[in-house]
Ligand binder design. Structure first.
Ligand SMILES: *Cc1c(COP(=O)(O)O)cnc(C)c1O
Length: 415
């Protein structure tokens, strides 16, 4: 096995990889942006393709010897186009943030006005956070959500008419409602702005028809490949034909050098998997599982922003309990559940403390969890919240065992 190969050269790294495998096998993964790739995807990422330089596009490279990677990258492009019904796909972005950066480079100039969702309201760093290139080099107008966790489209329109952004970004890292791409397009059209739909989180749901598609409304669609889509870490940009050349140029030579062809091969494999009926079932189950978890938590008396979820993600609102996201995420880790602290709308706490915990169903769903398992996860979380102050050791032990039982029910990377 490949771990033995690593151990022969580097026992320190091999041991840490093995420990990480064990951590993934024995804990319940509720970080909404994480998932478990298939062994085929992982194997493709660990191949000789890592040795190849292939600057440029398939069949128009700057280096020789690209006949195999040309075909691999073309397969990835064609599968992405088919899966999302897109006119053009660039599969080279190293990550979701890189995909967004390339769209910025193509669509706007430094100093131009860009509108995106505020980070603390569920947006992403690359949608205009002051510490990100997007916020540093562009004039950012941010929109947020109301107390119910919903985008206020009237407010988005008002802001757009007032500030006339050249680019409007929709899509989020923590948003549990359906995004109305058509409405965003109508607003963008009123002021002649480009529309970027960043579907990093909901890509699998869009692909499987569990969430409305941003096509034909968006000019550009960016996504990560490693979240719900269950591929290797990376990004994809899709766009209308008229923008194809400009987007390709923005990726290379605009912001990147040589593409990661081993990762592109893994993207191709993941996209093939995503075109299967099994994947449609998975995407459907992701939503069912998220709804079951939200219901279980609410039945236990806990608050969820917006009282539930329409997709794969939800935010536990701890304000009423006067507890913090930081403390609850830490106690959850002790009970064998991994999640991240997250701000709630109008959070009184800082982003390092927060009053919320973001919970997602994709990774657990990949593992095999069904609704009844998510109900049990909700109960474990509710009990962990209750003992977050006392940190009752016996109770933690009991909850840890209950998490472990669920993990054992659905073995991961065992065969
Ligand atoms: C995760 C995410 C990204 C960035 O992805 P990276 O691969 O971490 O760079 C971009 N946009 C949204 C909405 C995301 O959730």
């Amino acid at each position: 096995m490949e771990i033995e190969t690593i151990r022969n050269t580097d026992p320190e790294v091999a041991e840490l990889i093995e420990k990480e495998l064990e951590r993934q096998q024995t804990t319940i993964e509720l970080i909404a942006s994480e998932n478990f790739t298939s062994k085929a995807v992982m194997a493709a990422a660990g191949t000789v393709l890592t040795n190849k330089y292939a600057e440029g596009k398939p069949y128009k490279r700057f280096y020789n010897g690209c006949e195999n990677v040309d075909k691999i990258e073309e397969l990835a492009q064609e599968r992405a186009k088919k899966l999302f019904n897109a006119e053009h796909a660039n599969v080279q972005p190293h990550s979701g943030a890189q995909a967004n950066m390339a769209v910025f480079l193509y669509a706007v100039k430094p100093g131009d006005t860009v509108m995106g969702m505020d980070l603390s309201n569920g947006g992403h760093l690359s949608h205009g956070s002051p510490v990100n290139f997007s916020g540093l080099y562009f004039n950012i107008i941010s929109y947020g959500v109301n107390d119910n966790g919903e985008i206020d489209y009237d407010n988005v329109r008002e802001l757009a008419l007032k500030h006339k952004p050249k680019l409007i970004i929709c899509g989020a890292s923590n948003y549990s409602k359906i995004i109305d791409f058509k409405k965003f397009k109508e607003i963008a059209d009123e002021i002649g702005a480009y529309l970027l739909a960043d579907i990093a989180h909901i890509a699998a749901l869009v692909a499987a028809g569990e969430h409305p598609s941003p096509f034909p409304y968006a000019d550009f669609v960016t996504t990560t490949t490693h979240k719900t889509l269950r591929g290797p870490r990376g990004g994809i940009i899709m766009c209308k034909k008229e923008h194809a050349q400009g987007i390709d140029k923005a990726v290379f030579p605009g912001i990147q050098g040589g593409p990661l062809e081993h990762i592109i091969a893994a993207k191709a494999v993941a996209l093939k998997e995503a075109l299967s009926d099994e994947f449609k079932q998975y995407a459907k189950q992701v939503v069912l599982n998220a709804k079951a978890l939200a219901k279980s938590l609410m039945d236990e008396g806990l608050d969820i922003v917006g009282n539930g979820t329409d997709n794969h993600v939800m935010t536990l609102d701890l304000r009423k309990l006067k507890k913090t996201g930081k403390d609850i995420a830490n106690i959850l880790e002790l009970t064998g559940i991994t999640a991240n602290k997250n701000t709630v709308p109008n959070d009184p706490e800082s982003p390092f403390v927060t009053s919320g915990v973001r919970l997602g169903s994709p990774a657990a769903t990949t593992r095999g969890f069904k609704e009844e398992d998510m109900t049990e996860v909700g109960k474990i979380i509710a009990e962990a919240v209750k003992i977050s102050d006392t940190k009752d050791e016996n109770k933690i032990k009991e909850l840890r065992q209950r998490s472990l039982n669920l993990c054992k029910k659905y073995p991961l990377y065992k065969d």
